[in-house]
Design a protein around this ligand. Structure first.
Ligand code: FES
Ligand SMILES: [Fe+2]
Length: 365
C-alpha cells in the first residue's frame, strides 16, 4: 500500500522512473544481484493503516494478511487460507482470529486453526504459517524469514528492533511522514551506498533545496563518512556522516550536521540520528525500504524531533537528506551489481559490508 504524501513541499520532489524498461535489460540487472529478499524486519505500513479489517500485504516475496487481535496487537499470517486458498483479507476479524470468507475457518495470529463454521472440532494439524510482527514508533513491521513452515507457532526472530526511549516518553515528537513511492533497484544498493565513500563528493557535493533536486548556487557540501559493524549486535552496522556547508569552496564553520546512522538488518530499516552543529538539536529520521518485487523498493520516511527543533526546521533537515538520497536514484535504477568490483585504495569498506550483509542469507552464510 502506498500512503499519500502529506507536506506540500514534498510535491516539489521529482520522481524519476527507470530510464530503461526493456525487460531483457531489467532481467539482466536482476540476475547480477544476490537474491532479493534477505531475512529481516520490513515495514508493511503505518500503525494507522491497520484497523478492524484484515489487510492484504504483498512484499518481500510473501503475501500476508495483517490484522489486529482482540487486544489490538497486530498479527500476520499467510494471506491464503490453508483450507482451499481463499484470501483471508476478504474475511473478518473475530476476537483474536481472522475468519475466512469461504468456509468460515478461524485462524489465530500464531497460525493455529481454532474454529470451523460447521462446528467440527478443528484438526490440530491444520495450521498456517505465521510471522513475527513488531510495532515501532508508528510503523508495523513483519520479520521475513527463509525457513518458514506451518509446523508450530511463530518462531522468535533472531533480534528485535531497538526502540528510542525519547520517542516513547514524548521528548521527541512525531514531525512528519513522507511516502516516497517506488524505486526500481535492489535492496542492497542503499546499504552499499553507505560504504561507498567516493560517491559522496561525486553525487552529493551540491547543496539542494530541501525536498527538491534544485541546486543552491554557490553552496557545496563536504562529507566525511565512516562505516563499521556493531561490536556486540551482529545484525547492526553504523554509518557516520559529517556534512559541512561551503560557500564558493570556503567552509562555513558551525554549519551542517552530524548523522549517526544505525542500520538494523539488510538495509530495510534505518535510523538516522541528526545532531545539528548549531544549537545541538536532535532529529531522528527513519527510512524503510521494502521490496515489492526483486527490483522494486517501496521507500518511506518518518521523523521526530525535540521541542527545540520545531517542525519546519525538522522538515528542512529531513528534506536535505531526502534531496541527497534522490541524487542516487538515477544511478541505482540503471546499474548492475559487480560481484568482483575493481576497487581503489580510496574506496570504502565495500567488501567488509558485503561479508556483513551475507549473514541475512542463511543458506550461504
Ligand atoms: S478456504 Fe478458507 S475456510 Fe475454506
Ligand atoms: Fe548516496
Amino acid at each position: 500500500m502506498i500512503g499519500a504524501v502529506r507536506a506540500p513541499l514534498h510535491a516539489l520532489s521529482r520522481r524519476r522512473g527507470p530510464k530503461d524498461l526493456n525487460p531483457s535489460v531489467e532481467s539482466a540487472r536482476e540476475a547480477s544481484y544476490p537474491p532479493p529478499y534477505p531475512e529481516g524486519w520490513y515495514v508493511v505500513g503505518r500503525s494507522t493503516d491497520f484497523g478492524s479489517r484484515p489487510t492484504f500485504v504483498h512484499c518481500v516475496g510473501n503475501q500476508w494478511v495483517v490484522f489486529r487481535d482482540a487486544s489490538g496487537n497486530a498479527q500476520a499470517v499467510d494471506a491464503y487460507c490453508p483450507h482451499l486458498g481463499a484470501n483471508l483479507a476478504d474475511g473478518k476479524v473475530r476476537g483474536d482470529c481472522v475468519e475466512c470468507p469461504f468456509h468460515g475457518w478461524k485462524i489465530r495470529g500464531d497460525g493455529s486453526v481454532v474454529g470451523q463454521a460447521n462446528g467440527d472440532r478443528p484438526d490440530p494439524r491444520h495450521r498456517t504459517r505465521s510471522w513475527a510482527v513488531e510495532e515501532l514508533h508508528g510503523w508495523v513491521l513483519v520479520y521475513h524469514r527463509h525457513e518458514a513452515s506451518s509446523d508450530g507457532p511463530t518462531p522468535e526472530p533472531p533480534y528485535r528492533l531497538e526502540r528510542v526511549p525519547e520517542i516513547d516518553d514524548g521528548d521527541l515528537m512525531w514531525r512528519g511522514d513522507h511516502d516516497a513511492g517506488l524505486v526500481h533497484m535492489h535492496l542492497l544498493e542503499f546499504l552499499e551506498n553507505s560504504a561507498d565513500f567516493q560517491h559522496f563528493a561525486a553525487i552529493h557535493g551540491r547543496l539542494r533545496l530541501p525536498w527538491t533536486e534544485i541546486p543552491v548556487p554557490g553552496m557545496t557540501l563536504h562529507h566525511e563518512a565512516t562505516w563499521r559493524r556493531d561490536e556486540t549486535e551482529k545484525h547492526v552496522c553504523w554509518f557516520g556522516n559529517d556534512a559541512e556547508l561551503e560557500f564558493r569552496g570556503k567552509a562555513i564553520k558551525g554549519s551542517g550536521a552530524h548523522a549517526e546512522v544505525r542500520i538494523e538488518g539488510p538495509g530495510s530499516f534505518i535510523r538516522f540520528d541528526f545532531t545539528l552543529n548549531r544549537g545541538g538539536g536532535r532529529v531522528v529520521l527513519y527510512q524503510s525500504n521494502t521490496p515489492i518485487d526483486a527490483m522494486t523498493q517501496h521507500v518511506r520516511f518518518r521523523w521526530f524531533s525535540g521541542a527545540n527543533v520545531p517542525k519546519p526546521l525538522a522538515s528542512f533537515i529531513v528534506g536535505n537528506w531526502v534531496s541527497q538520497w534522490r541524487q542516487d536514484i538515477g544511478i541505482w535504477e540503471r546499474k548492475i551489481y559487480r560481484k568482483n568490483p575493481m576497487l581503489t585504495r580510496e574506496d570504502g569498506p565495500i567488501h567488509h559490508l558485503r561479508r556483513w550483509y551475507a549473514q541475512f542469507y542463511p543458506a550461504v552464510s
